[in-house]
Design a protein around this ligand. Structure first.
Ligand code: SAH
Length: 222
């Protein structure tokens, strides 16, 4: 397949039509979407569809999420330069690259070793050398680098994993899709001292979060 060099016009269109027009306002996030080459994070056969308005398969039954859904999550997480951000579900590494382009300190956990390896290689090639990638069960968080200003979970859980709440810093925010197999609601949890406030945002559909504090194994398809 022919690969064009940059896909700049496609990226600009994605930002205008899919993100800005739907209410994404965080300017450093929009800048990051203009900068990061999404086509470098999808398998070759999907390159021409990389800037479409939807998720894309990345192998191992996983997907890189729709651009708008990533934007909604990162915006809800209120990421600023220098913030420590924990991402659960590295997948392709695309969201980690966006967070790195926003100058966050990114710690990302993936349970499938092949995806983690591929993502780490890509991130490195694209110059995001500050992203730490780890193969582990992300429902346990990443204790060593806690507390985090933001925790963003890119897979759906039947409940909010307790370790992720514990590893949130003061005024920290956790964004996670919560619900049943193929229908969830984005939850945004804010920490205030010892308390947590939870807001429900939009409906969404994510692949399952599989681990000790989420689904024990892949839920059956109904
Ligand atoms: N945001 C990612 C896509 C995430 S897809 C991107 O930009 O490409 C969700 C990912 O979560 C999948 O790769 C899946 O393997 C991973 N995952 C599921 N359960 C997990 C767990 N307990 N810990 C870490 N990763 C998990």
């Amino acid at each position: 397949m022919k690969r064009r060099a940059s896909y700049g016009p496609e990226r600009r269109q994605m930002v205008e039509k899919q993100l800005r027009a739907r209410g994404i306002r965080d300017s450093s996030l929009l800048e990051a979407f203009l900068e990061v080459p999404r086509h470098r994070f999808v398998p070759d056969k999907w390159v021409e569809r990389a800037y479409d308005d939807g998720p894309i398969p990345i192998g191992h039954d996983q997907t890189v999420s729709q651009p708008y859904m990533i934007a909604a999550m990162v915006q809800a997480a209120r990421v600023s330069p220098g913030n420590r951000v924990l991402e659960i579900g590295t997948g392709s590494g695309y969201q980690a690259a966006l967070l790195s382009a926003m100058k966050a300190q990114v710690f990302t956990v993936e349970r499938i070793p092949e995806l983690a390896d591929q993502a780490a290689t890509r991130l490195d090639e694209l110059g995001h050398r500050d992203v730490e990638v780890r193969v582990a069960d992300g429902t346990l968080g990443w204790e060593e680098f806690a507390p985090f200003k933001s925790v963003i979970v890119g897979a759906a859980s039947p409940r909010i994993p307790e370790p992720l709440l514990q590893q949130l810093g003061e005024t920290g925010r956790l964004v996670i899709p919560v619900g049943r197999d193929y229908s969830q609601v984005l939850h945004v949890v804010t920490r205030r001292g010892d308390g947590y406030r939870t807001k429900r945002a939009e409906r969404c559909i994510f692949v399952p979060l599989i681990g000790k504090f989420a689904w024990k194994r892949k839920p059956a398809v109904h």
